[in-house]
Write a protein that binds this ligand. Structure first.
Ligand code: IPD
Ligand code: CA
Ligand code: CA
Length: 278
């Protein structure tokens, strides 16, 4: 990438500034104050500090824009066409366990569509950026989704429902389908990075249910600008509303959608069988 646009520049500066605090806290993670938002849903002082920094930075450079942050929620702006969608720390459980796989994610929405996105993993200093119509980049190098056309050679990533969250029965069928068809299955624990790794051709396919707009905004644009396809589990486009995502190159996206739909009907039949069992 020659030079990032002025817009990408301010977004990159903002994530780097927020990440300075995260990197410091990551070094002292055992000292960090942590509270629970719900079952297995942690928020730490690190999340809150990072979001405060992002809010200050982004409102300083674009005062009128709206702001939707995971921790503070929706802050409407005077400019009704623009909204930042921010996850200050994606992969909080990884972070709290000292696992160096987490990210700061900023998406910019204009008139309901994501037009710019940055996902930054401070642990390995990888900056993924994309702007609509201008491609996707990792540390200034253009990235593209993988070209693999065989499931048996492919690695699929997923989000897994865990303690107290999600449909475990459906997930069992989906995971079985993935195990029977793909060369490898990965659960890395940071949705924004899962999508960024699809864009960089590291993962061939990815699916997850029950996500929030801040998990998906920047990552979905990265995949599209890297030549990939993103939809919900029914093949529809509005993933920020549904919270479900399927991503990959054209072939992988289509095949994974097919496998997920087969798994869903299997899960439905199994449920009927169980209900009918004496
Ligand atoms: C979580 C991560 C995780 C996904 C969860 C998200 P957070 O985000 O992206 O991979 O499975 O559903 O909530 O809470 O660490 O920002
Ligand atoms: Ca998240
Ligand atoms: Ca988060």
């Amino acid at each position: 990438m020659t030079t990032p646009s002025a817009l990408l520049k301010v977004m990159i500066e903002a994530v780097r500034k927020a990440a300075r605090g995260l990197t410091r806290d990551f070094g002292e993670v055992s000292e960090l104050q942590v509270s629970k938002k719900g079952a297995a849903d942690f928020v730490s002082a690190a999340d809150l500090k990072a979001e405060q920094t992002l809010f200050e930075e982004l409102t300083r450079v674009r005062p009128g824009y709206g702001f939707l942050g995971e921790e503070r929620g929706e802050i409407p702006g005077t400019d009704k066409t623009h909204r930042w969608i921010v996850d200050p720390l994606d992969g909080t459980t990884n972070f709290l366990h000292g696992i160096p796989h987490f990210a700061v994610s900023i998406g910019l929405e204009r008139d309901g569509a994501i037009v710019a996105g940055v996902v930054y993993n401070p642990a390995n200093d990888e900056v993924f950026v994309a702007e609509r119509g201008k491609g996707a980049y990792l540390n200034d190098k253009r990235i593209r989704v993988a070209a693999r056309q065989k499931l048996a050679d492919a690695v699929v990533a997923c989000g897994l429902p865990h303690y107290g969250r999600g449909d475990l029965a459906l997930a069992r069928h989906e995971i079985a389908a993935a195990q029977q068809n793909f060369a490898g299955l990965r659960r890395y624990g940071a949705a924004a990075l899962d999508l960024a790794w699809i864009a960089a051709g590291r993962f061939d396919a990815y699916w997850e249910r029950g996500l929030s707009p801040w998990d998906l905004a920047a990552g979905s644009l990265l995949v599209r600008e890297a030549g990939g396809f993103v939809s919900d589990c029914d093949g529809k486009g509005d993933i920020l509303k549904s919270g479900d995502v399927v991503a990959g190159n054209d072939f992988m996206h289509r095949e994974l959608l097919r496998l997920l739909q087969e798994a869903a009907s299997e899960a439905g039949k199994a449920e009927i069988r169980e209900a009918a069992a004496p």
